[in-house]
Design a protein around this ligand. Structure first.
Ligand code: AMP
Ligand code: FES
Ligand code: ZN
Ligand code: ZN
Length: 312
């Protein structure tokens, strides 16, 4: 019987990654995720082994997988869970809290649980209603409240950095949404690392290069129990709609999502909106030796190169 083999050891592949043209067995897949995470942490200077990391865990696959990877890599990583008191949808908060607590216990890791209502005197739903910012869905209020609570806990606990489980699907959807509105301020701010400012901790997203199915596969292969339900308010949200559209693109052309996001980061590094650079590049253009049109290349322009190749 023929089966798809691991590129490293020839055993049965547990995970196929079309966009990387890479198939791996369980053992090599786990190793791959851990190594790639380490690479992202180092490349983007997210944190070092001497810094204290606070992992924001939601009880879902991404953040628990992230905590698992950071502990395995030997980082000083404590967890932190905000009980938002969302008990619609068969007890979403209590279930996810239980997942976070179980994981911490199994690893002997430290988890701080913040009861939002206990801390601030009202639940997320009440806050949303009172501020009239979320009459039907508290999501935007919830986002602000989570961010605020995370900052407060990091400062209180003397942590250097806060790590969230945002994955490529999350990041690509945010970028897509910002691009559709050409919200350039928001676009410029989107990054795997946000440096500390005004007493706020540094924020990092070590899983930003992984597809959602990759973090799910890691959690599964590591035997991590996580909450599979989405927040009951997420249903029908704009983000989910955009994720769906990006998935359709991905189905037609593997790697679309990764290219969309990674090439944006590259564009950002190259100061995408910097006109001076554009003008300087234009001033330094060469002339194609064949057709005389302007080109950044030395020798032939892109088109003449193509023609030359076609005639070989
Ligand atoms: P979400 O905004 O639900 O997509 O979650 C993005 C990331 O925020 C997760 O991967 C977690 O790192 C963090 N997060 C979400 N919900 C919570 C929560 N209740 N407590 C702590 N961190 C959370
Ligand atoms: Fe905050 Fe859903 S997690 S509204
Ligand atoms: Zn293998
Ligand atoms: Zn405040």
């Amino acid at each position: 019987m023929s089966y798809i083999r691991c590129h490293k050891c020839d055993q049965h592949a547990a995970m196929r990654m079309k966009h990387h043209r890479l198939n791996l067995c369980a053992e090599h897949y786990i190793e791959y995720i851990q190594k790639q995470t380490l690479r992202s942490i180092k490349k983007y200077r997210m944190f070092t082994h001497s810094e204290r990391v606070l992992v924001a865990v939601s009880g879902g696959k991404d953040s628990l997988a992230l905590w698992d990877v950071l502990l395995t890599l030997g980082y000083q990583a404590d967890g932190f869970y905000i009980d938002l008191g969302i008990d619609e949808g068969l007890g979403y908060s209590s279930k996810s809290r239980m997942m976070a607590e179980q994981f911490a216990q199994s690893k002997g890791a430290r988890l701080t649980v913040i009861d939002f209502a206990g801390e601030y005197g009202l639940t997320i739903g009440e806050l949303a209603k009172r501020t009239r910012r979320g009459t039907d869905k508290p999501c935007s209020v919830c986002g602000i409240a989570k961010r605020h609570t995370m900052n407060a806990v990091t400062q209180r606990g003397d942590y250097d950095v806060i790590a969230t489980g945002h994955n490529l699907d999350d990041e690509a959807a945010v970028l897509f949404s910002n691009t559709l509105r050409w919200d350039t301020d928001m676009m410029m701010r989107q990054s795997p690392v946000l440096e500390a400012h005004h007493g706020m901790p540094r924020k990092v997203k070590p899983f930003f290069r992984f597809y959602e199915r990759e973090t799910a596969a890691y959690a599964l292969l590591r035997g991590i129990d996580y909450i599979q339900d989405e927040c009951p308010f997420a249903e029908g949200s704009r983000t989910i709609e955009l994720k769906h559209l990006l998935n359709q693109l991905e189905d037609q052309s593997a790697g679309s999502k990764l290219n969309f996001y990674m090439n944006y980061l590259k564009a950002q590094e190259q100061k995408f909106f910097n006109r001076d650079k554009d003008e300087a590049t234009r001033a330094n253009l060469n002339r194609c030796l064949q057709c005389g049109q302007p080109t950044t290349a030395e020798g032939l322009c892109g088109f003449c190169r193509l023609l030359a190749q076609s005639q070989r």
